[in-house]
Design a protein around this ligand. Sequence first.
Ligand code: MN
Ligand code: MN
Length: 453
Amino acid sequence: MYNKNAWEKYESKDEIFAFAEGYKDFITKGKTEREVVKLGIALAEAKGFRPLDSFKSLKPGDKVYAVNKNKNIAAFIIGEQPVENGLRVLGAHIDSPRIDVKGNPLYEKDGFALLDTHYYGGIKKYQWVTIPLAIYGVVIKKDGTKVEVAIGDKPEDPVVGITDLLIHLSADQMQKTAAKAIEGEDLDLTIGSLPLKGEDKEPVKKGILALLKDQYGIEEEDFLSAELEIVPAGPARDYGLDRSMVAGYGHDDRSCAYTSLMAVLDSKTETFTSCAVLVDKEEVGSIGATGAQSKWFENVIAELIAKQGDYTDLKLRKAFTATKMLSSDVSAGVDPIYSYATEPKNAAWLGKGLTFNKFTGSRGKGGCNDANPEYIAEIRQLLDDANIHFQFAELGKVDLGGGGTIAYILGNYNMNVIDAGIPVLNMHAPMEIVSKVDLFEAYKGYMEFVKLK
Ligand code: MN
Ligand code: MN
């Protein structure tokens, strides 16, 4: 099934389209890592998964999930073999490039109230202006009260946005490089223009503060302990007259997160413990307490081993060494308008199924995980036996750029890891594109992977 169009295999597209509906709902609601974790908990509980804390001991077939700081979730089906004999792990990231609100954001200028921002991840800044944007996140008040914010996606909601200079006066701006045409400090969000009556000084800002106090009970200083993320407003939609694709925000990497999570939730008890782990901070280097480099995942595996009997450090280390993993992350799909950026024999094509990257990285593969051919052969056999369409690709032409994933971080535990995901067009843009059949092949492929011996 290598390197063939996956649509050809299916007599009817009904099942593929139906699966895409679930996914569209997931990314429409899951615009931030916190929202994805909430959705993940609901999906897991609906399939009979329970929090790890609620288990005193674990036996084969137990369905378990664990959450870290509202930004990571891992779901497990305990296998017939003890956890110390290794797991089958699907790992994806649930953070996506976006624009974050600064700690002291609110100001008034020229009759507008604005929020100062700092972008997150690699973006082409010019793609983020003059589009409707939504605000998601939390404000934690000094007494610990959490105020949840979600503005811009309900039909009755207002949207916010970032302005750009009119073309009529852009003679200077149009001479700048694309990197400089819109500067990071100019990605400020317009949030209001209504002055508070009777105020001389900063009346619009005061109007917004009055509104925040009235609707959310928050003060200006509460922005200090807020986490507000600016994301594209609006739902994921069918793309193409034939509805073969999905247009939406955050396919990188929620397309792989959804398919990985659903693959584990829909699986049966297998020989080894199945796991989908969804992490944060991949777009900024997988750092911190909720990134793939966090000890959290290791701690959860330790707890699984402890709840199966006598815990030892050696059992934990052996579990990792015996683990096989797919780093489920998106690939750079061939774009017909920019096909010069990909080398066709080693490119990811929309519609050709689950995409493997032996390595990612930049230049001489800097920063990559390089999967062992012994491991790749096992996966080829597994997917061929299951009639799953797959392809092998590199992330674009050598020396044009590059990128990384979480693969090497789990590789550091001595696991066998390979990157395997879904080809995307417009990667990191407010509107990314995936093929519905690739979503479906990834889901099916991931379900086979957890059976790997
Ligand atoms: Mn990614
Ligand atoms: Mn990315």
